[in-house]
Design a protein around this ligand. Structure first.
Ligand SMILES: Cc1ncc(COP(=O)(O)O)c(C=O)c1O
Length: 379
């Protein structure tokens, strides 16, 4: 028997309350039973997204909402700017390219956050940029972007700011309306503690004005169709009813805890994790650390491609390896969503035992001790 743990930056462990909610029999989505559930979910999403604007829900993975944020805002020939500091920033570029656009790239060194001053300069040099696309937490590196400063810069221009908060949402403060962020996209399988399959987009009035002029082709992901239906507490197409049940339960838990406490919990657990990593003499890869996940540099002499496999196959702990340029160079561990103290210690124990198993000299227990001391001193 092997007990399994998942500590990847999504999909994440799902609480029993959510799993049980998903065991309910299917009801019809155009029925008096479903409408109040979807209504409650929409109110809960506004709270999570910190917005009074509608949050559109799609039955897709998070990338569907990203694609929707390109096709509903832009027209052929429009200029977009993609902030690229890792694999997920690259996705904005790839989607733009797929729709025949020629995105401008603002390259950010992997592991670092974007300099908002650079974006101000780009917007000054290219006043016809319509949309700036950023990531909140660049999950491939663990880097946090300074979205507040970015929104401050972009909101002073005619351009709009779209933020991929798929991994970052709920792990760190993101105040959509207060900070003037025009569009935020999210996904269910991260700190929303729900299985994969739902994608979200919150859209403000400045962005809706752009939607009216957008001419890129769209059908399933049409925001206009989604909004008209949302006004009647429904969706244009069959929703992922079972996953909506789960999300309803997850949103209830988040509301009970309070969003500020959710942000604080992620920060505290990630800080403990980093304290543990450092106590083992290992390096945190990321320079602009996000509380979303911890990226650990693979130490000299350890096979970085084999390490995640040893963690999973020998110790039952699934972590994420590196992607793209950092394949084999980092592993990524998250305490995201349904996570508490002992998720940190499980992950660190597994790091310690797997390294030792691979012949790397490690002071067994030192990481766990440092993490527990941090948690004890920071209640
Ligand atoms: C920051 C970020 N953006 C986009 C995605 C893509 O989301 P999905 O795999 O749900 O399409 C992910 C998933 O890991 C992510 O972390």
């Amino acid at each position: 028997m092997k007990k399994k743990y998942i500590v990847t930056p999504g999909p994440v462990d799902v609480p029993p309350q959510v799993l049980l909610a998903m065991a309910q029999p299917i009801i019809h989505h155009r029925s008096p039973e479903y409408t109040p559930i979807f209504k409650e979910v929409n109110e809960g999403l506004k709270y999570v997204f910190q917005t009074a604007n509608p949050v559109l829900t799609f039955a897709s993975s998070g990338s569907g909402a990203m694609e929707s944020a390109v096709v509903n805002l832009l027209s052929p020939g429009d200029k977009m700017l993609a902030i690229v500091g890792g694999k997920f920033g690259e996705r904005w570029f790839d989607i733009g390219k797929a729709y025949g656009l020629d995105p401008i790239i603002e390259n950010v060194e992997w592991g670092y956050g974007v300099d908002p001053g650079r974006i101000a300069e780009q917007l000054k040099n290219n006043p016809d940029i319509k949309v700036v696309y950023s990531t909140l937490c660049e999950s491939s590196t663990g880097a946090l972007m300074n979205i507040k400063a970015l929104a401050d810069t972009v909101s002073k221009t005619d351009a709009i700011l779209v933020v991929d908060a798929i991994s970052g949402l709920l792990t760190t403060p993101l105040k959509t309306d207060e900070w003037n962020i025009d569009v935020v996209v999210g996904g269910s399988q991260k700190a929303l503690m729900t299985p994969p399959g739902l994608a979200f987009a919150s859209v403000n009035n400045k962005a809706w004005e752009m939607v009216k002029k957008s001419k890129l082709p769209k059908f399933y992901f049409s925001w206009d169709k989604a909004r008209k239906n949302l006004e009647k507490d429904t969706t244009p197409f069959t929703p992922a009813i079972t996953t909506i049940f789960g999300l309803q339960a997850a949103l209830k838990m988040i509301k009970e805890e309070g969003i500020e406490n959710v942000w604080k919990r992620h920060d505290r657990l990630a800080s403990a994790m980093r304290a543990g990593v450092k106590a083992l003499g290992l390096d945190v890869y990321t320079k602009a650390v996000a509380p979303t996940l911890t990226a650990i540099s693979v130490p000299e002499g350890v096979d970085g491609k084999a390490w995640p496999k040893v963690l999973r196959d020998k110790f039952g702990v699934t972590v994420a390896g590196g992607q793209g340029d950092v394949t084999g160079k980092i592993i990524r561990i998250a305490q995201m969503g349904y996570a508490s103290t002992f998720d940190v210690t499980v992950a660190l124990s597994a790091v310690e035992l797997s390294l030792s198993d691979m012949g790397y000299k490690v002071n067994i227990g030192a990481g766990v001790k440092a993490a527990l001391e941090y948690l004890d001193q920071n209640k």
